[in-house]
Unconditional design. Structure first.
Lengths: 363, 188
């Protein structure tokens, strides 16, 4: 019994580091030799640690209780507790939900308002679109009024009144453009990228789809050779990168963008909406995708929205092509075939195409 | 919520340093600083003031131990941490008493503190075990053990306090008490 008590005391001193170096050495020897003593040491260590933790937490809890007693709980709980009124409580508890609901409401109102104002805009647009056939003064259709073109004077006594763009659909001088460009009484000529001017006649018109085909009737015209582009079968998707070549000025201009909607103005299924910068004079220009396929013909833009142009879908180009006698077209543009431009970089494509894109001049 | 914590809230740094230096004042400030926040949370989620006290003290202990072990990094605000721990503890308690736990009304952002809370629960089990063992020890053993191990009295003091004729008798008594306590503690 006495020995046990002594042993326990030594173990405790050992664990608390109170033994002298010699005693510690002797005790470790004993511990090594006697597994029972060793076990007692381990067990007592666990116990002491638990006891220490217990003591620590107990002390901490006492401190916390003391801190708690200093607080006026009733006063704070009256302040922060649930409000006796149900409505106030409902509001407090659902503050975030109410905030979300309110912002939705505001958002919805803003959207409603903007939609309304947009419809107003589109109403304006429709009116303008109605003027397509009138040609004159139409902002919507991108026909350029040409003033005093000096190059003109060499061949024509009168300056051209309106301009547009067109592109070859066969190697023997058939050129496709927008109907609204050539609608009118005046004579028409086309000018290629080298500045050569040829007289043309109206060959086929499709006012509904806003497409017209011209035929070069000039004796000076030479065969164009094989067309580099083909016409796309099927429709283009939203986001497809597209570009157009046109004559908003006397030199050919490249416009770059993407298909932004599968329908045109007011959901018009004949046309795509394309985000592409176009200007008066771009009407009738080819809209090509990156593989060199013609996906449409530029024919207008929205007057009040930036970057919203419209292009008649390639399907209607084909309808126009199929409506004219096939034997009159020599080496006509391919349909749904792999274009020879495929895989070429944009600048190479443009180089190859520009000889087939013409400025249309109406006098 | 319209309620704002009063201006006596200590800075996070102040609290961490205070706890590391065993400053009681820092602990008191910390306690008083965030109590209203937890009280608000508990009162608005099916609890009363006593629940708030229990939960809040548990949360403070979790924080205290985390700071003491050096594991605490000031990656979040103390306020958020205390709130998250209190919230977790309260949700567990609600679930234990199968009170309804849907629609918890929150007043702060919440961190994931499951690990810290679970660690604390483990330690709390140990604490309860020791408490139960001590309680069932009976007098005078309980007081002798507490005086020696918790209040750090010497055997001489204990001998005088209890009126043992000599320290050897006191030591024998303490030894017997300790054997019984160990048995109770390790067996439970």
């Amino acid at each position: 019994m006495r020995n046990e008590i002594e042993l326990e005391a030594i173990i405790e001193d050992y664990l608390n580091g109170k033994l002298t170096a010699d005693e510690q050495k002797a005790f470790e020897q004993l511990r090594n030799n006697d597994p029972i003593v060793d076990h007692k040491v381990v067990a007592h260590k666990v116990f002491l640690e638990s006891m220490k933790q217990y003591a620590d937490v107990l002390l901490l809890k006492q401190q916390l209780d003391a801190a708690h007693d200093k607080i006026d709980v009733a006063a704070i709980s009256a302040k922060v507790g649930p409000h006796p009124s149900k409505i106030v409580r409902l509001f407090r508890n659902n503050k975030s939900a109410i905030a979300v609901a309110a912002s939705f409401l505001i958002l919805a109102m803003i959207m409603l308002y903007s939609i309304q104002s947009q419809t107003k805009q589109e109403g304006n647009m429709e009116l303008l679109a109605g003027k397509v056939s009138e040609l004159k003064g139409s902002q919507d259709n991108i026909i350029r009024t040409i003033n005093n073109n000096p190059r003109n004077r060499a061949t024509e006594s009168l300056p051209a009144k309106f301009g547009g763009t067109g592109f070859a659909i066969s190697s023997n001088g058939y050129i496709l453009t927008s109907y609204h460009v050539i609608n009118g009484k005046g004579s028409i000529s086309v000018q290629n990228s080298k500045g050569e001017i040829f007289k043309v006649v109206r060959y086929y018109t499709d006012p509904i789809n806003d497409i017209a085909i011209l035929k070069i009737s000039d004796a000076a015209f030479e065969n164009l050779g094989a067309l580099p582009y083909s016409i796309k079968k099927g429709s283009a998707g939203i986001g497809d990168a597209v570009y157009t070549l046109g004559y908003p000025k006397d030199d050919v201009v490249l416009g770059d963008g993407y298909v932004s909607s599968k329908t045109g103005l007011n959901g018009d299924t004949i046309a795509y909406q394309v985000a592409i910068p176009v200007n008066p004079g771009n009407s009738g220009g080819p809209l090509l995708d990156n593989s060199g396929n013609i996906v449409g013909v530029i024919n207008g833009k929205e007057s009040k929205t930036d970057g919203a142009a419209f292009a008649v879908k390639s399907k209607y180009i084909m309808e126009a092509l199929n409506a004219i006698p096939q034997d009159s077209l020599s080496r006509r543009v391919a349909y749904g075939k792999r274009s020879s431009l495929q895989g070429l970089k944009r600048n190479k494509q443009v180089q190859k195409i520009q000889d087939y894109v013409f400025m249309i001049k109406v006098y | 919520m319209s309620f704002k914590l009063n201006s006596s809230v200590p800075t996070d740094r102040e609290v961490v340093l205070g706890i590391l230096n065993n400053s009681e004042e820092a602990l008191n400030k910390l306690y008083a600083g965030y109590y209203p926040m937890v009280l608000q949370f508990i009162l608005n989620n099916n609890g009363d003031e006593d629940d708030a006290k229990d939960v809040y003290q548990e949360a403070i202990i979790v924080l205290y131990n985390k700071i003491k072990t050096g594991n605490f990094e000031l990656s979040s605000k103390l306020k958020t941490y205390i709130y998250s721990v209190s919230r977790r503890i309260w949700l567990k308690k609600l679930a234990q008493h199968s009170k309804k736990t849907n629609n918890i009304a929150d007043f702060e952002g919440v961190l994931v503190v499951d690990e810290d809370v679970e660690q604390r629960e483990q330690k709390d089990l140990q604490f309860d075990k020791m408490k139960v063992a001590l309680e069932s020890l009976g007098e005078p053993c309980k007081t002798i053990i507490q005086d020696f191990y918790i209040n750090s009295l010497s055997m001489q003091d204990i001998c005088e306090k209890f009126g043992y004729t000599n320290t050897d008798n006191a030591k024998t008594q303490k030894y017997k008490c300790l054997q019984r306590l160990k048995k109770l503690f390790f067996q439970s």
